[in-house]
Design a protein around this ligand. Sequence first.
Ligand SMILES: Nc1nc2c(ncn2[C@@H]2O[C@H](COP(=O)(O)OP(=O)(O)OP(=O)(O)O)[C@@H](O)[C@H]2O)c(=O)[nH]1
Ligand SMILES: [Zn+2]
Length: 473
Amino acid sequence: MGRTILGGVTSSLAIPLPDPSSVERLADTVLPTRHGTFRMTAYRDDVGLEHVVLSVGITDESAPGHHIGRAPLVRVHSECLTGDALGSRRCDCGEQLQRALHLIMQDGYGALVYVGGHEGRGIGLVEKLRAYELQDTGVDTVDANLRLGHDADQRTYGQTAAMLKDLGIRVVRLLSCNPAKQEALTELGVRVVSRQSLIVPRRPENAAYLRTKRERMGHDPESVDEWQALLHGGGVLTTGVLTERYADLVHPDGPKVIAQLGQSMDGFIASRTGDAVFVTGEEDREHLHRLRALVDAVVVGSATAAADDPQLTVRAVPGPHPTRVVLDPRGTLPGDSRLLTDATAPTLWIVGQGVEPVPAGDHVEVVAWHSEGPMDPAGVLSLLRERGLERVLVEGGGRLVTAFVEAGMVDRLYLTVAPVLIGDGVPGLRLAGTDRLADALRPPVVRRWQAGEDIVTELDLAATRTASRVMPV
Ligand SMILES: Nc1nc2c(ncn2[C@@H]2O[C@H](COP(=O)(O)OP(=O)(O)OP(=O)(O)O)[C@@H](O)[C@H]2O)c(=O)[nH]1
Ligand SMILES: [Zn+2]
C-alpha cells in the first residue's frame, strides 16, 4: 500500500511506506503517571521505528485472555505530537490518550500501545502540518492528504500485532472509534472480542475534523446512547459506566446464566416473617432491572413468587421484558399472583408431574416437568434453551439461587449487600459449607461498585468451576 493514484498518475510525492511487522523488546520498566503506575515496555521494529506499550495486569507469566474470563482492554494509539504532547484542539488525540489510560488503569487489566511512525495517519509530522495548511483554507482532512499525494490513511498495524503477541495478548477489547483498526488487527490475527468507542468532548476547533472522520472515514457517530447500544447486542459499544458493567452480558461468549441476591450485612434477604420490602435501595433495583432487560428469561421459585408477588418486568429502565419462569413443583403458586394475571410479559409456569394448574391467561404457558424427580438446575436450563431462552437470570429466592450455584450452573453472581442488620430471617446463599476455610469458595471479583448505600459485587463463579474443587450437589 502507500501509493496514491491521482488522475491516473502515481503521485511522485507518495513515498513507499515501510511496513514494520516484527519488533524487538528492548526495555521493560515502570512509569508512574497521574492515572497510576503502568508497566512500560519499549520496542524497536524491523524498520527502526520505536514504540512503547503501557500496561497494567499484564505479566510475562500470566496467560492473558484467561484472566477472570475477560480479554484485556487495549488502546492502539497513533502518535500525534500536536495532540498528545502539545494539547492541540485540532484533533481529539490528547484527550483520547488520557481517557484511555484512565480507563485501562481503572479496569486493572489492559494495555495502551503507543505506535510510533503513525504521526499524521502515517504521513509524518511535517506532512501533517502541510495538510493543516490546506485545511486552513477549507479543505477537509481527507482531501488535504490526497492533495499532498498521500492516502487518506497510511497506517499499518503489523508492529502493533507483534507487540501484543510479545506481551502474550491474543484477544482484546479494543478502545477505538475506528472500525478499520478493528479490521486491520483482526486480519493480523488479534481477536477483537468487542470494540468500545472512545468518544471525548467535541471542541469548536475540532468539530469539523471529527465530523469528517465520521462522514468520510467511517468512524462511530458522536452520540450513541450507551444503554440502547447494549440492548441492541453490543456490536459497537460506547465508553461509560453501563458499558463497563454490562458489556460482558451482551457479548456472544459472555456469561449465560447469572444470578442475583440482595441481602443484609448479616446475610438475610428478608425478615423472619418474609418481609422483603426493601432490603437494598433504589439503585440496586435499577441494576436488577438492567439485568432483567439483558436476559431472555428470569427464574424464580414458587415460594418467592407467592411471598413477594413480583412482576419481574423491566420498569426502572427502558428495555424488553424477559420471559418470567416460575418453578412450581407442587403447584402452590396462587391463581391471583401477578405472574399469572398480568400479561405484560410471557410467563412459563413449570409445574411438577400430576399438578393440576389453575386456569390462567394466554400469556401463561404451563409446562409439566418431564420426570417425577426434582427440578434440577441443569434440566431447567436445558428446557429453557430448547425454547430459545439462552441468557437466564436466577433471581431468587435464596434457596433457588443456592441450588443453581451448588449445581455449578451459575456463571456470574451479583451479590448486593445493604447496610442493614436483620438479625434473623430468610437466609440468602447457603452453600453446604466446608470444615477448612481454605476450602471455601473464593470466586474472583469481576467488578464491585457502590449503588447508593449498597455495595454490588460481581463474582465470577465460572472461574471456580474450572478449579479442581468439585461442587457438592
Ligand atoms: N493527515 C492528518 N493526520 C491527522 C490529522 N489530524 C490528526 N491526525 C492524525 O491522526 C492520527 C489519529 O487518527 P484518528 O483518525 O484521529 O483516529 P483513529 O486512530 O483512526 O481512531 P481512534 O482509535 O478512534 O482514535 C494521529 O496520528 C494524528 O496525528 C489531519 O488533519 N491530517
Ligand atoms: Zn491528533
